[in-house]
Design a protein around this ligand. Structure first.
Ligand code: ADP
Ligand code: ADP
Length: 605
């Protein structure tokens, strides 16, 4: 039996709680419907939740001007408490307030979350905040580019929180700071080591967290950020499934608490690391593991890192005593192939054979090819979950986007290609311009606006099909470059194959399959592409087809070749490759994979 112990107190002595008492919820909820209101962004919803539950204690509201200025310049609230990151509520335009100055804060679906009594409105300068907090105004920094779109006024005032944002996923793991502390205290250890993560965890992470809790004689708070992370990160649904598998199967019972933190990350490097330490103290942790490039925003416009690799470790160490959170440096673990175990890189004997797999290799050499990750690198349970979420290329969706003049040969080639893909076992949807115009786009004409709408609708459907692993072939004139590029972004460039059917106008006109060119020449069809409306050739299409020199069948085969090269189709010899993890020696002597895992890599640690 464990004895209930006390873990470290919240920063500032007690946990802030902004939730109104249950018996006043109904009345205040009624009131909230009558007040002027604003809609919060996803980011502000996350911030509000962490304010409400005390994760940001002692901060108890979106910052007012004194706190804001002090945080920017000194990493402290106006009262001197450490607080390195601005938590503000930007608005474009404040609605007219009544004499009581009350304002309802709604979530993006308009559900009321809180009532703010507005005490301050002040302007801010995104450039200044970026420079001071992020140390850069480079738009490659994900927060810099986002901040440009935030409202130009900040509002602040006392908050009455009516309800926490509704979260339906992984309910048992969504623990408030108070709930997290109670779980930790039940484990009977005073020392709690927090591990912040936004990536799937591999064996190396498991080893280092195990060592950290052993060294501290403590327990682990496995505390993934599941609010906003970086575009391109592994989605949190997949990640949390892997964390659950690890926490259940690979840790001693009673040595770990897994809790999800609805944190909207800022990628502010060192300042963010310090913020993470403060947030974890409020959840009961008195240690935080800080690795290389903690909370890294990736590379800047010149391909250079925004922060020094160990800046985060240094800043957290500097504040460690005052904050009451020890910085545990993340020691890089490497796999010793001959001994079949992990060791800290600093303790590896000279000439020992080591192996590591980078995030890029995880994706390209294993998941994309349907090869199981070796078990020395990733637990089988984790590998299987990743494999489900990241199927091999030949099971991923793709979009073949034909573009070209009317009569160029888009539909004819698409028909042959469809048959060849079906023959290879892919499921295919064809979205032909002429056909789409009879249902999805019925009623649209050929003005620039209507044509763009038509193409965007096709693009929307194509993106959905691709996302769900289907093959989609689109054949529409799609004369405008910008619109085609928009569609490329909707589908995702990796899965979008633009095929320019490059048939000269005079050939198309000579073919005049539907008699339309003749009518256009007679002036009966205004704005006909190629005659009196422009066709903008693609600048960098993946494939260019000639229809005078090549038959539709030859062209369709060219596309099939391309798909084979890209891995979207499986070559005949490849079929028998399976996903089962092989436990042979081979696993332990992977071809010199010494490239380091990079934290900016979605599948890396
Ligand atoms: P689009 O879909 O681009 O408007 P279609 O495929 O409907 O064009 O029409 C192209 C016409 O050109 C068809 O009548 C087809 O038989 C003829 N054609 C001749 N050679 C080729 C070729 N190599 N590829 C595609 N179509 C060709
Ligand atoms: P988009 O929507 O990209 O213009 P679609 O492939 O959906 O292209 O529609 C083009 C087809 O509609 C042509 O193949 C042609 O048969 C017919 N059409 C009718 N009017 C026009 C026009 N003004 N310009 C181009 N195609 C037209």
């Amino acid at each position: 039996m464990h004895v209930k112990t006390e873990v470290v107190s919240p920063y500032g002595g007690h946990l802030v709680s902004l939730l109104v008492p249950p018996d006043s919820v109904e009345i205040l909820m009624g009131k909230s419907f009558t007040l002027p209101s604003i809609q919060l962004s996803e980011r502000s919803v996350c911030d509000l939740e962490l304010l409400a539950t005390g994760a940001f204690s002692p901060l108890n509201r979106f910052m007012g001007k004194d706190d804001y200025v002090s945080v920017l310049n000194h990493m402290r609230l106006a009262n001197g408490a450490i607080f390195p990151i601005p938590v503000t509520l930007p608005v474009d335009r404040l609605p007219e307030l009544g004499t009581d100055k009350r304002l309802t804060l709604r979530d993006p679906k308009n559900i009321p979350l809180a009532i703010m009594t507005v005490e301050e409105t002040f302007s801010w300068n995104p450039d200044e905040e970026a420079r001071k907090v992020l140390g850069t105004t480079d738009p490659r920094h994900p927060l810099v580019s986002e901040m440009g779109n935030w409202g130009r006024s900040l509002i602040s005032g006392a908050l009455q929180v009516l309800q926490l944002p509704r979260r339906y996923d992984f309910r048992p793991l969504r623990l408030t700071p108070a709930e997290t502390r109670a779980r930790l205290e039940a484990l009977g250890k005073t020392n709690v080591v927090a591990f912040q993560t936004r990536n799937p965890l591999h064996r190396a992470h498991e080893e280092l967290t195990q060592r950290a809790i052993r060294d501290a004689n403590g327990v682990l708070l496995l505390h993934p950020a599941v609010g906003l992370t970086r575009v391109g990160d592994v989605d949190h649904f997949t990640r949390v499934r892997t964390y659950k598998a690890l926490a259940e199967k690979c840790f001693e019972p009673g040595s770990v608490v897994l809790a999800l933190l609805p944190l909207a990350m800022r990628f502010a490097g060192p300042r963010e690391a310090l913020w993470h330490a403060l947030i974890r103290r409020n959840h009961g942790a008195n240690h935080l593991i800080v690795g290389r490039d903690h909370a890294s925003p990736g590379k800047d416009s010149n391909g250079l890192p925004f922060y020094g690799p160990y800046d985060g470790q240094q800043l957290v160490s500097e504040f460690s005593d005052e904050l009451g959170v020890r910085m545990v440096p993340f020691t890089e673990m490497v796999y010793l192939t001959d001994q079949g175990r992990y060791e800290e890189v600093s303790k590896v004997p000279a000439h020992a054979r080591t192996a590591t797999i980078s995030g890029t290799q995880v994706r390209e050499q294993f998941l994309n090819r349907g090869r199981a990750l070796p078990q020395w690198f990733t637990r089988q349970e984790v590998g299987e979950i990743l494999a489900e979420s990241y199927p091999p290329r030949h099971k991923q969706g793709f979009c073949i986007w034909f573009t070209g003049l009317s009569g160029a040969g888009k539909s004819t080639t698409a028909d042959v290609l469809t048959i060849l893909l079906l023959e290879r076992g892919r499921k295919v949807t064809v979205l032909d311009g002429d056909v789409v115009r009879t249902h999805l786009s019925k009623g649209l004409g050929f003005s620039k606006e209507d044509r763009d709408t038509n193409i965007r609708r096709i693009g929307f459907v194509a993106a959905e099909i691709t996302r769900h692993g289907g093959a989609v072939i689109c054949a529409a004139v799609s004369p405008y470059r910008t619109t085609r590029n928009d569609v490329r972004s909707m589908v995702g460039s990796d899965h979008f194959i633009e095929v320019y059917v490059d048939t000269p106008l005079k050939i198309c006109e000579a073919r005049d399959v539907k008699g339309m060119y003749a009518r256009a020449r007679r002036g009966e069809l205004p704005a006909f592409t190629g005659i009196d409306d422009p066709y903008e050739e693609p600048l960098n299409p993946e494939i260019v087809l000639k229809t005078v020199a090549c038959t539709p069948e030859e062209n369709a085969k060219l596309i099939v070749e391309y798909l084979l090269e890209q891995g979207f189709l499986q070559g005949e010899g490849r079929r028998e490759e399976r996903r089962e993890p092989d436990r042979t020696e081979q696993d332990f002597s992977l071809p010199a994979m010494t490239e380091q895992t990079s934290p900016s890599d979605p599948l890396a640690g």
